[in-house]
Design a binder for this molecule. Structure first.
Ligand code: HEM
Length: 423
């Protein structure tokens, strides 16, 4: 991971303009505000770039990844094996020229790599700061916040988050270089602030287990797709892309995204719990080892038996608790999370898509099972309470993912006209 974290609007904006100038970016003196937080930053003068035509046939929904993904023998989508999250702030006040530069950079990648895990999948999401501070209008997504008594994440205030994913880690590096330094670099318009990296898929966590947070002795199973040893994101436990798509309004065909960074501390998980105890905490105490091995497409884990789990077993399952948030029997968030070794520490970048951020809040709140300890003191906020004991949320932020045609600087006046001319 790179780049400093700052939360105050003033210091953040000062840092940003200073960094832009230091990097020799295309930014005029007029763009250096440095004194007021209430007025919009002055517009930068940017070069007019050539805009490649859109690649024909790409889905209108940026988040329409599933049709391109490989599946296992039960039809569960297999996520791309490698991911990167790139965070940016807008340089100066946004103009239609900013939108052209970003759109040109994204289209260049789409021309170079086919849409899918064998090429490149990408989404562009915009955070509340872009809407409230730069466009001076209400944000379609609320700022993120802590969602349990045992977490105190710092909240990111980046304007833009690009999520890149594919099956080839090197290609993600190439794509990042193209965005930051290539002929179609987006950096005249956007200041790169941070990159987070990761992976998911059979064999990758075992190959990356010599990091902080994983005890000695190579405990991560050789074929596990995630550090905790179990497969996640079975199709019955995921919201569909349709279900998370915004149906109307300016963000029609878009969705919302939350991005959390959490570290993992798996000493107790692997050293002090046996497989049955891990299954109880990941799924439900009613689930046996044989039951778990027989799961194919849905690990709903008896959410209606959570009362029994609390009273009789004194242990709650993570999947069991989260499934309490289902609506009409269906999960309401679409998880696209992946493990990481950022900072030399085992962790997880939890990326989730949902129609409304409130659906994430509902699900994450269900994961707390806050009242359980009143019924059985063997359960606390973290002890015997799903996987809460093992995860530490350090950062969180919310974004809106517009439709593909609206992805570059959504709602910015003049953007549509600027994006119509390709030369
Ligand atoms: C290290 C972190 C995590 C791991 C390893 C993990 C793993 C799992 C696993 C194995 C399942 C069982 C169902 C399936 O196969 O998909 C599951 C279900 C689920 N998890 Fe997690 N999870 C983690 C964190 C989270 C977080 C932070 C949330 C946020 C709310 C979450 C939300 C869910 C939901 C919504 C379900 C499905 C519930 C349903 O079936 O309706 N998970 N998780």
């Amino acid at each position: 991971m790179n780049a400093p974290e700052e939360t105050s609007g003033l210091s953040r904006r000062r840092f940003l303009t200073g960094a832009g100038v230091a990097a020799g970016a295309v930014i005029t003196g007029a763009a250096i505000d440095g004194c007021a937080t209430t007025s919009a930053p002055a517009a930068a003068v940017l070069p007019r770039v050539t805009l490649p035509p859109p690649v024909p046939g790409l889905p209108v929904r940026q988040h329409a990844w599933n049709a391109t993904l490989h599946t296992d023998r039960y039809g569960n989508a297999l996520p791309p094996r490698f991911d990167r999250l790139l965070f940016f702030d807008v340089k100066g006040g946004p103009t239609p020229a900013h939108a052209r530069i970003l759109e040109a950079g994204l289209r260049a990648l789409e021309h170079r790599y086919p849409w899918g895990p064998g090429g490149l999948l990408i989404t562009a999401g915009w955070g509340p700061h872009y809407f409230t501070d730069l466009l001076k209008r209400t944000s379609p997504v609320p700022p993120a916040r802590a969602l349990s008594d045992f977490e105190a994440p710092s909240i990111d205030h980046y304007d833009l988050c690009l999520h890149l994913a594919c099956d080839d880690e090197r290609r993600l590096g190439e794509a990042q270089v193209a965005l930051l330094r290539g002929p179609e670099a987006i950096t005249p318009a956007l200041q790169w602030r941070e990159t987070r990296t990761g992976f998911t898929g059979s064999g990758l966590p075992a190959a990356h287990q010599h990091v902080q947070g994983i005890p000695a002795g190579d405990p991560v199973p050789a074929d596990a797709p995630l550090y905790m040893g179990f497969k996640s994101a079975l199709k019955g436990n995921q919201a569909t892309e349709d279900a998370v798509t915004i149906p109307s309004g300016p963000f029609r065909e878009g969705t919302t995204m939350t991005v959390s960074y959490m570290t993992l501390s798996l000493e107790n998980w692997y050293d002090n719990l046996d497989e049955a105890q891990r299954i109880a905490r990941m799924y439900a105490p009613q689930m046996t080892v044989a039951d778990q091995r027989a799961i194919t497409t849905d690990a709903e884990s008896d959410p209606n038996l959570i009362g029994q789990a609390i009273r009789r077993d004194g242990v709650i399952g993570h999947s069991q608790a989260c499934a309490r948030a289902r609506r009409n029997g269906k999960a309401i968030i679409l998880r696209r999370d992946f493990d990481t070794t950022d900072g030399g520490q085992a962790g997880l970048h939890f990326v989730a898509l949902q129609r409304d951020i409130a659906d994430f809040v509902t699900t994450r709140t269900a994961m707390n099972q806050a009242g359980a300890q009143l019924i059985n003191p063997a359960i606390t906020a973290t002890t015997n309470n799903g996987i809460n004991e093992f995860i530490f949320v350090l950062k969180r932020a919310n974004y809106v993912l517009p439709s593909r045609p609206e992805r570059a600087f959504p709602l910015l006046p003049g953007r549509a006209a600027a994006l119509q001319q390709t030369s």
